[in-house]
Design a protein around this ligand. Structure first.
Ligand code: CDP
Length: 211
């Protein structure tokens, strides 16, 4: 089964997706980490992201490995966030990443998070969730995480949001049939409980619709 969790930066996707995966005993897929790896490699190597993307060896798990090197911390730097959102608007980069993500999701039970999981990568996902929160709350959370100034984060976030939402290829939007969850005033536990409930419902529907 695939649980697709999409939404803008700072909506709580990573925390929620990791916690939901743990609660359900599913594997967690951070698709954003893949775009971040492409951005980091392209910047460091001075190569074109589209040309580089299919050649990269990206391993996701407790640590993120890029061609055998641990880049877990490096890919979270603000300049990599910015570059990731730029490389992610390149259709050739997306094609390479989506192919890799589909290969992974083909087997087993997953909680996959990103921008286009429910719309493009896994449109048949049993459960689709679109997480949102107010821009101020999202910036506040990210600022705490980075130890940065909230107003600077808010300004950078607005640029990235706009780019993700208006790009021609796979813009950020809720998938058909996605449950919208506004996390502004919810605790992590409440959001995870809601997702576990959606999985329960999906399972019982599958049970009643089956042979
Ligand atoms: O953690 P945050 O939500 O800020 O970003 P992320 O999920 O690590 O993704 C970094 C960038 O990759 C985003 O700004 C998106 O432009 C892009 N991305 C995407 O286009 N499609 C995905 N499935 C995941 C990320």
């Amino acid at each position: 089964m695939v649980v697709a969790i999409d939404g803008p930066a700072g909506a709580g996707k990573s925390t929620v997706a990791k916690a939901a995966a743990k609660a359900l005993g599913f594997t967690y897929l951070d698709s954003g980490a893949m775009y971040r790896c492409v951005a980091l490699a392209a910047t460091e190597r001075g190569r074109h992201p589209a040309e580089l993307a299919p050649e990269l060896w990206i391993e996701l798990g407790e640590r993120v490995m890029l061609d055998g090197r641990d880049v877990t911390e490096a890919i979270r730097r603000p300049e990599v966030s910015e570059a990731a959102s730029r490389v992610a608007s390149d259709p050739a980069v997306r094609t390479a990443m989506v192919a890799g993500q589909r290969r992974l999701l083909a087997d087993g039970d997953w909680v996959a998070e990103g921008r286009d999981i429910g719309t493009v990568v896994a449109p048949d996902a049993a459960v689709k969730v679109f997480l949102t929160a107010s821009p101020e709350e999202r910036a506040r959370r990210r600022a705490v995480e980075l130890g940065a100034d909230a107003s600077t984060v808010l300004a950078e976030q607005a640029i990235r949001d706009e780019r993700d939402r208006t790009r021609a290829h796979s813009p950020l939007e809720p998938a058909a049939g996605a449950a919208l969850i506004d996390t502004t005033a919810l605790t992590l536990e409440e959001v995870v409980e809601r997702i576990v409930e959606l999985v329960r419902e999906a399972r019982s529907h599958a049970g009643t619709a089956g042979p």
